[in-house]
Design a protein around this ligand. Structure first.
Ligand code: NOJ
Length: 743
């Protein structure tokens, strides 16, 4: 449709019909027998009797093609203007083929591969009739107590922005205006700063300076907007005491004006109504007024817009222009999706073209690149002629897809046992569970019907489990222990204060360690856990996160050396919960710890623990041995229009080909506000053949050296910068200084 026709359509709608376009409901409102996918509180929402369902604009989380077809058909038959429904859902890291969880994906530092995985998710979901996905989630997070770490890109603004852009471009196509076939419209979330929830408790308030907001939290949302993301989702939290969903400064000034976002702003689940619980709105009607004033277009899963907007407009509290502006954005999105031409987009009659094997190959590659080798005393890769006992509740567990794989099918998931049987056919010996994964599931409070919630706890006898595992382990040369957190211990509302692995699993590990056999740990989790007390018990440790459909094979390939580990952490691992938040880019204080005496008093330190994380950002081991040699810059000065080239030489001193993720950080030595100790500005993943050397060239531009001050203004100041290059945030053996002189 041309814009002129869209405007005509808009003008032909009654106020009630317009409002309907802003209402999002779940499928059961149209068909009570529908088994809907619940991703939030499921109380009925109290729609007024006079609300006409057949004015509704969009539907949430119906995943099956046949149901979407029926809903659309029925709707088009009954609605006056026949404006197609729009179907939206949470396709966060895969639809049929499940990729590793986002925090794991970013550990690959392979943004092209991440983009490819998002394109596959879009394609698979498209053929199930999906049109919009609530992805990417790009909330920067420094606190692993927060359960949504699993779906975040981690602690760094550069990584968050690269991830954000890659996912939007994978889902929508590059800089797409129209959303083509096999693509989805993307929705970046949760705007803004949702990952900074105080105390790591989900939905909790957020307080931060403007410089932190602009320098650290905003860039990843901005990267999505720059990549032409079609929707933005408001966050549940308050930001500096104002709930994001009703925050005019955030939504109008920053999002619409400064970032120049023209698309649809949708709330998170029931977030308009929650303005009342925040104590920010006095009634549902007041909440409707506040949200529309803040240019929120779609009301997800409440009756607030449906029941109250019309009266507010009649009484001139809100204007019809405000309503029209929101409705037009929704109609434009439907138009960009081609729904007016084809309301059954993606629902093809002929059999769906499937490239599932190819998709699973990409999932395998991404899983292998996402795994992080945290420790290796030389035991890995495992020798082929030895006998391996696989032990632990994740040894043969397919529920390793993470909370947000809402269409994921555990029966299509390769467990570690299956992967190891395939890879270690001669030396694989036995499997025993050893300990329960979790003993009390009630506390998780999860009643939803999404995939992760359907799993029942098996019956077990703890003593018998342990005995069987010890027996197997005694007969083996190597013990591989697969353990971690239950998938529902992370994800939405999965905040925790104790980040250690459960007692039953820790006991199992202690008893196995007493056998004094080489022991390798594989940890499955949605967050960095506190593993300080366990690390010495292992000869090698692999962090598997939740690795997706092909996870078991990926881990087996790494253990066997078929694949060389290359993942690098995108979030620091705390030594204990008391250190949180611990992250790489802020160790500058007026009283830094002294490098020659960490124990001196009156410095910024803990008297019972190191300041530094157990494993820093950027860390991850390889079977290769990389050395950093030389660094040079194309100029001693940063110039306005010229790119600064930084060249570094890195060699592989081993007999094994491997991938290294080379990281470039800067430090602004002196500025008008105190700047971080190090900031990641570029990275390159390179393959280096055995005993050879490669040169990596980084190109930095002037913007890499500017920052936002405490008024939210971007500034570039005369001064000196240090450039560091290395293999993680703490190990940067190469450095040089450059300067900028403002003209
Ligand atoms: C609530 C979550 O916060 C959000 O990420 C998700 O997209 C919506 N529910 C819809 O399921």
């Amino acid at each position: 449709m041309e814009r002129k026709e869209l405007l005509e359509l808009l003008n032909g709608l009654s106020t009630a019909e317009k409002i309907g376009q802003l209402v999002q409901l779940s499928g059961d409102f149209f068909d009570e027998s529908m088994d809907v996918t619940e991703t939030g509180p499921s109380e009925k929402i109290g729609l007024a009797e006079e609300y006409n369902l057949y004015n509704t604009g969009s539907i949430l989380n119906v995943l099956q093609a046949d149901k979407i077809y029926q809903l659309q058909k029925n709707y088009l038959e009954k609605s006056r203007h026949k404006i197609p429904l729009m179907f939206m859902s949470d396709i966060i890291y895969g639809f049929n083929t499940i990729f590793p969880i986002p925090i794991a994906q970013t550990c690959s530092w392979d943004f092209e591969l991440i983009e490819q995985s998002a394109a596959i998710s879009a394609e698979e979901a498209y053929y199930a009739g999906q049109q919009v996905t609530f992805s990417p989630m790009v909330d920067l997070v420094k606190d692993p107590r927060w359960g949504r770490v699993m779906e975040s890109p981690g602690e760094d603004p550069y990584i968050g922005s690269m991830f954000s852009k890659s996912v939007v471009e994978g889902l929508q196509g590059k800089q797409a205006n129209k959303i083509e076939e096999r693509k989805l419209a993307a929705c970046v979330k949760h705007y803004a700063a949702y990952g900074a929830a105080e105390s790591g408790r989900d939905y909790n308030g957020v307080d931060m300076s403007l410089s932190k907001f602009y320098n650290q939290y905003l860039p990843a949302y901005k990267a999505a907007v720059d990549a032409k993301v079609k929707l933005v989702m408001t966050a549940f939290n308050t930001l500096n005491d104002v709930p994001c969903t009703g925050n005019e400064w955030l939504n109008k000034q920053v999002l619409r004006e400064e970032l120049d976002f023209e698309g649809v702003l949708i709330t998170d689940y029931a977030a308009i109504e929650e303005l009342i619980a925040h104590g920010y709105a006095s009634s549902p009607s007041d909440a409707a007024r506040i949200a529309l004033d803040a240019e929120v277009d779609i009301d997800m899963k409440t009756a607030v817009y449906a029941n109250h907007l019309e009266k507010l407009i009649e009484e001139n509290v809100l204007s019809i222009e405000q309503l029209d502006q929101a409705v037009l954005r929704v109609l434009e999105l439907k138009n960009d999706l081609g729904l007016f031409e084809n309301p059954y987009r993606g629902l093809v009659d002929e059999s769906v073209p499937t490239a599932e094997d190819d998709h699973r190959e990409v999932a395998l590659e991404l899983a292998e690149k996402s795994l992080v080798l945290l420790k290796n005393n030389g035991i890995l890769p495992l020798k082929k002629d030895k006998k391996i006992a696989l032990v632990g509740p994740y040894g043969d567990n397919a529920n390793t897809l993470g909370m947000w794989a809402i269409n994921g099918d555990p029966s299509r998931t390769i467990t570690l046992k299956t992967g190891m049987e395939q890879v270690f056919s001669e030396s694989y010996l036995s499997f025993a569970e050893g300990a329960p994964l979790i003993e009390n599931i009630e506390r998780l409070g999860f009643s939803s019907n999404i995939t992760a919630g359907k799993v029942k706890l098996p019956e077990y006898d703890k003593g018998a489990l342990l005995e069987a595992a010890l027996k197997n382990a005694r007969e083996a040369d190597y013990i591989v222990v697969a353990f971690g957190e239950h998938v529902l211990e992370s994800g939405e509302a999965g905040s925790k204060t104790d980040l250690r692995i459960s007692e039953a699993q820790s006991d199992l590990i202690t008893q196995l360690a007493e056998l004094n056999k080489p022991m390798i740990g594989v940890i499955y989790s949605g967050r960095p856990n506190n593993i300080t007390h366990l690390i010495d018990k292992f000869d090698a440790l692999v962090y598997a996160w939740y690795p997706g459909s092909m996870g078991g094979l990926a881990v087996a390939n790494i253990l066997s050396g078929r694949s060389n580990p290359s993942g690098k952490l995108t979030m620091s691992f705390p030594r204990n919960e008391g250190q949180i938040p611990v992250y790489y880019y802020n160790y500058r204080t007026g009283r830094p710890i002294k490098s020659d005496n960490e124990n001196s008093r009156f410095t910024s330190r803990y008297i019972d623990e190191s300041n530094y994380p157990l494993f820093p950002f950027g860390y991850g081991l390889s079977y290769s041995d990389f050395r950093y040699h030389t660094i040079s810059a194309s100029s001693k000065e940063i110039k306005e229009k010229e790119k600064l080239e930084i060249r570094v030489k890195i060699s592989n001193e081993s007999n094994v080909q491997g991938d290294e993720v080379v990281q470039l950080y800067i430090q602004d030595k002196v500025a008008s506000i105190s700047r971080p100790s190090k900031e990641l500005k570029a990275s390159k993943r390179i393959t280096i053949a055995p005993h050879s050397t490669e040169e990596v060239i980084f190109k930095l531009c002037i913007d890499d050296f500017s920052f936002f001050d405490n008024k939210g203004t971007s500034v570039l100041e005369t001064g000196e910068f240090i450039i560091f290059v290395g293999s993680n945030a703490e190990e940067t053996p190469l450095s040089l200084e450059i300067s900028y002189i403002a003209s």
